[in-house]
Design a protein around this ligand. Structure first.
Ligand code: NAD
Length: 508
């Protein structure tokens, strides 16, 4: 017993695992701190699950699949209906946790949850989404139909930057299709996914249908290689995404890997200037640039380069603050390591000859001096070949490239290896139509800076930003989380002659 109990620091809460419907403490001896990136406050400690715990989660999911796969579609949809209501009711409570552990502003945290909630709403339509096809009388008395069946135990590995939206891209669609799931959220902000898991259990997700294990590479590799996992959804950086894709594919799994990006926004001189500049600023600096669809390169065509001073003036008006503060436009980066990396890349850009129009490296945020803040930063005169152009910065840094024509802008973007998102700002329908047709990027915005599709469509990043054919949510993910079985059936009428033996391939 302590001599003076009053001065004993309150131990940080531990993040639980979810195994077989129960929230349990891990038996591991490896723990990481979950830190508020604005204040450095210790929020919780997250376990790196043991091999035995990962196995227990998978065994539970495998057992639960036996009954969940045959649970009626409407019953599964009703669980999603309940879940969407619970998320809606708990939005502001979840947003507070999300802002505390991730750093983004409270309104943006609500946006993060809302974009995930939309996927849950879409999952409620599983009755029509999972329908098969039927063709009558494909040969005499023969009908053919296809059904979409769940595939088994699926796994999801999610990144730190959308701790609500991306887990919600994954488990609701997987389980509403009749699969069971093991989620491995980011170890940097695992508390938000746990709140969503609590709501899923409250909504009626049965034990074993959703399991959560925490950890890093060892846990991820265990999921990618376990014989009972049939599919892996990954969202995160390129180098980890490639590793997950290769390892899980080698072990016979279906894999979708959504990865890093370098998104360009083209500004034509005929664009509505204020709208275009506002959009560019919001999409570059919102969430401190930590979005896979953030604009990180502004491509100024012709006379649009005259707008740089206005762009800088607008960027200077943004309030960098603790995300929980009213009026904050952007919060801190997720960690000290992330801040050091971004600061280093800005230095590299300046050394390589880019002009620092606005430098956010030395920003001071009163009251939160220890936060991982970087202010809005704008580099002009950036060129392909510079590190700052070739690397995904994942911070509040906008690089500006000047080109003379729309054709040059399209060429620049198509020469870049990434294909997550792009946008064009113009008042010319013809220019926008040419751009949409010729640009080799999976998601295109026309006067829309962050064209993340709503869930009736799918997330369709392409080229270096994606491995695997089918993207998250929408119709594509129903294909990903199901397999098609095609049945050819003939029912004999007693009055029909059996005819002769048929030794050919034709249906007779
Ligand atoms: P990350 O790749 O570091 O981590 C993603 C997940 O992989 C985490 O759960 C992490 O624990 C795990 N992981 C980390 N290192 C690993 C290793 N060596 N082996 C196995 N697993 C490992 O990504 P992040 O930093 O959390 O997220 C930011 C990245 O995610 C950015 O590159 C961003 O562009 C990308 N992202 C892409 C999309 C998209 O849809 N394309 C969406 C959001 C984020």
């Amino acid at each position: 017993m302590s001599a003076n109990p009053q001065i004993v620091a309150k131990p940080a809460p531990t993040v639980k695992l979810l195994i077989d419907g129960k929230f349990v403490d891990s038996a591991t001896d490896e723990w990481r701190d979950v830190i508020n990136p604005a204040t450095q406050e210790l929020l919780a400690r997250v376990p790196f699950a043991t091999q035995a715990e990962v196995n227990a989660a998978i065994i539970s999911a495998k057992e639960a699949f036996k009954t969940w796969r045959n649970t009626p579609l409407a019953a599964r949809a009703r669980v999603m209906l309940k879940l969407q209501q619970l998320i809606r009711d708990n939005m502001s409570r979840i947003a507070q946790t999300l802002t505390a552990e991730q750093g983004k502003t409270l309104p943006d945290a609500e946006g993060d949850i809302f974009r995930g909630l939309e996927v849950v709403e879409h999952a409620c339509s599983i009755g029509s989404l999972q329908m098969g096809e039927f063709a009558e009388n494909v040969a005499n008395g023969v009908d053919t139909y296809s059904i979409r069946q769940p595939i088994g135990v699926c796994a999801g590995i999610s990144p730190f930057n959308f701790p609500a939206m991306i887990p919600l891209w994954m488990f609701p669609m997987a389980i509403v299709c009749g699969n069971t799931f093991v989620l491995k959220p980011s170890e940097q902000d695992p508390m938000t996914p746990m709140l969503l898991a609590e709501l899923a259990i409250e909504a009626g997700v049965p034990p074993g249908v959703l399991n959560i294990v925490h950890g890093g590479k060892e846990v991820v590799d265990a999921l990618c290689t376990h014989p009972d996992i049939v599919a892996v959804s990954f969202v995160g950086s390129c180098h980890v995404g490639k590793h997950v894709y290769e390892l899980a594919s080698e072990h016979g799994k279906r894999v979708q890997s959504m990865m890093g990006a370098k998104n360009h926004a083209v500004v034509l001189p005929d664009a509505n200037k204020d709208q275009a500049l506002n959009a560019l600023i919001g999409a570059s600096f919102g969430a401190a640039g930590q979005r896979c669809m953030a604009v990180s390169v502004g491509v100024l065509v012709g006379e649009a380069k005259q707008w740089i001073p206005d762009l800088v003036a607008k960027a200077k008006t943004l309030k960098v603050a603790n995300g929980s503060e009213k009026g904050a436009d952007l919060g801190p980066l997720i960690s000290k390591a992330a801040k050091n990396r971004v600061v280093g890349l800005i230095e590299d850009g300046a050394k390589e000859g880019a002009k620092l129009e606005l430098d956010g490296r030395a920003i001071k945020v009163p009251g939160n001096e220890s936060g991982n803040f970087v202010g809005p930063t704008i580099l002009s005169g950036v060129k392909p070949g510079m590190k700052v152009y070739e690397t995904e910065i994942f911070g509040p840094v906008l690089s500006l490239v000047n080109v003379a024509t729309l054709d040059q802008a399209i060429q620049l973007i198509n020469d870049n290896p990434f294909g997550n998102g792009t946008a064009i700002f113009t008042q010319s329908g013809a220019a926008a139509r040419k751009f949409q047709n010729e640009i080799d990027v999976g998601q295109v915005g026309i006067n829309v800076p962050i064209p993340v599709p709503v869930p009736f469509f799918s997330f369709t990043g392409s080229r270096g930003s994606k491995l695997g054919d089918l993207g998250p949510y929408g119709k594509q993910v129903v294909q990903f989380y199901t397999q098609t079985k095609t049945i050819t059936a003939r029912w004999f009428d007693d009055s029909v002659s059996a005819g002769k033996v048929n030794t050919t391939i034709s249906l007779k």
